[in-house]
Design a protein around this ligand. Structure first.
Ligand code: GLN
Length: 538
């Protein structure tokens, strides 16, 4: 069977949740027996988001094969259960740099290199890169909003793609906003009509219109949209704000037969759909019986997307324990001046997430020390783990200058240091230790018990590492190296040896592997420890 293609575009405003809608549709198609691959095309000129500030872009999601990508890929992996790859995210920067590199190599044989056909051909090749033998349907989400100058080459490439693939082999789903004007007490369809008109102006007529709205749409609105947008009424779908969790979205879309309509338009058999177990799970997670508060001590706490996967992983662990997780983001810098006991009042567990640069590091070290001393369950991720090691060295070995050379290149105790293969790297983009690596666990460790195995594969994104020069002294002072690379050389997980408290630092990012129905063992263990402490405190 040839691979069918779905293009998802957005209109009126950004932040409509295209990624969530795309992932929800993918989940439904998968549940009907189709194998789906997903991709996001981003119109900006960074080659990937790896070099971007989280305030600009939110979290950088790392795939198993080591791509630094858009956070929508996190939705694809978590909601639809799809494993993304390097082919799952292309930016304008990547497309243009490929074309320019080919031009420099003489690949265009003296021709003039232009947006059409050269850039659009490169984009179509990116779209086709999802056509693997194990894929029935490929979903491509086009970033940006219809009418943006930046996304025009992507839309043009999608238009050409559909023309070449044929009517029943590719379709366009347009996600739009139907705003509610409070003063008038009315929902307005005009912006959606306009955004469809913009698409039509560039030769794309959406086959499906999905309308984001905070209020229920009346039949009259849906008919009006269908008429003005040149669509059968059943191809206009309402996607209202969900009450509790994004995991309700697939059910809302299924109730309006979005997946059935999609399959019909693609000339694919509408195979049966069984959502009973999904519904039961959703019902379960919507009725928690416990609650706990988790502090996330980071430096981008005012941006709700900067630690997206960490927050999601905490909720997944909560689901497994029937616990509602209240996340309390705390600015790490607050620990430099404030009282930790006060800042962490009523907190049941702590996560110290990853990060780059000096700001907030002193606060993270104080927070790590407080958690270790007071047996507050604590998970340190990447930079968080590095701060745990620094704190341990300073407190237990009295090395007051212990630090990472990222923050103090001159320290006599560089317990965290640049990895060997990073020393001659000056380019910033895509040069870190990235993606999945095998980690071997010490069978006597708490981690091995949590994982229930001896080897795991976890995703990395860092330049610095635990410095093996100080390993013996730190081990003798009571730090267990609970996980290493298979050759035993790099320390990947640390935990104190003589402690019953949950206190784990990992050099990798467990949050990227957490799934709603399969919480990550390290997050699961953190929430279990938090709930146990609550019971003991009662
Ligand atoms: N800045 C640290 C490093 O590069 C930690 C990176 C991270 O937390 N992702 O090693």
């Amino acid at each position: 069977m040839n691979v069918k293609h779905i293009f998802i575009t957005g209109g009126v405003v950004s932040s409509l949740g295209k990624g969530i809608t795309a992932a929800a549709l993918a989940l439904l198609l998968e549940k009907r027996g189709y194998r789906v691959a997903m991709q996001k095309l981003d119109p900006y000129f960074n080659v990937d988001p790896g070099t971007m500030n989280p305030y600009q872009h939110g979290e950088v999601f790392v795939t198993a094969d080591g791509a630094e990508t858009d956070l929508d890929l996190g939705h694809y992996e978590r909601i639809a259960g799809i494993d993304c790859t390097k082919e799952s995210n292309f930016t304008s920067g990547k497309i243009y740099s490929n074309v320019i590199a080919r031009e420099r190599a003489g690949g265009y044989l003296g021709g003039t290199v232009q947006v059409i056909p050269h850039i659009t051909d490169e984009i179509k090749a990116a779209m086709r890169s999802l056509h693997r033998p194990d894929v029935d349907i490929a979903i491509t989400e086009i970033g940006g909003t219809a009418g943006d100058i930046e996304s025009l080459p992507f839309l043009e490439a999608a238009r050409q793609f559909r023309l070449e693939a044929g009517r029943n082999n590719a379709l366009f789903l347009h996600l739009t906003l139907v705003p509610y004007i409070r003063a008038a007490g009315e929902l307005k369809t005009k912006p959606s009509q306009h955004s469809v008109a913009v698409l039509r102006g560039i030769g794309i007529t959406p086959d499906l219109l999905v309308c984001r709205t905070e209020m229920p749409l009346e039949e009259e609105h849906l008919r009006k949209l269908a008429l003005f947008c040149n669509l059968p009424r059943e191809c206009v779908i309402e996607e209202r704000d969900v009450r509790n969790t994004i995991h309700e979205v697939p059910l809302e879309l299924a109730a309006q037969k979005l997946d059935e309509k999609t399959l019909e338009l693609l000339n694919l058999e509408v195979l049966p759909l069984d959502l009973d177990s999904y519904r039961a799970w959703l019902d379960d997670i919507l009725h928690p019986t416990a609650q706990c508060t988790v502090a996330v001590v980071g430096k981008y706490v005012r941006c709700q997307d900067a630690y997206k996967s960490v927050y999601e992983a905490l909720h997944h662990a909560g689901f497994a324990h029937h616990a509602r997780i209240k996340i309390r983001p705390i600015d790490a810098e607050d620990f430099e001046t404030g009282d930790p006991a006060q800042l962490l009042k009523d907190v049941d567990a702590m996560v110290i997430p990853g990060g780059f640069g000096n700001r907030g590091v002193a606060g993270k070290i104080i927070a790590a020390g407080y958690a270790r001393k007071h047996a507050l369950p604590c998970l340190g991720i990447c930079l968080g783990m590095q701060c745990m090691v620094i704190e341990f060295a300073r407190t237990e070995l009295g090395w007051h200058d212990a630090n990472s050379t990222e923050f103090d290149p001159e320290t006599a105790h560089p317990v965290i240091d640049l990895m060997d293969d990073q020393r001659n790297t000056s380019a910033k983009g895509g040069t870190m230790r990235l993606g999945g690596y095998v980690c071997r666990l010490d069978p006597a460790s708490r981690c091995a018990a949590l994982y229930g195995g001896s080897e795991v594969v976890e995703r990395h994104r860092h330049r610095y590492e635990f410095n093996p020069v100080f390993r013996t002294q730190l081990e003798e002072a009571g730090l267990r190296i609970a996980g290493t690379t298979p050759d035993g050389k790099l320390a990947e997980i640390v935990e104190p040896r003589n402690s019953n408290a949950y206190y784990i630092g990992c050099q990798f990012h467990p949050e990227f592997r957490s799934r709603p129905r399969q919480p990550h063992p390290l997050f699961d263990g953190l929430i279990a420890a938090a709930l146990k402490n609550q019971q003991q405190g009662e």
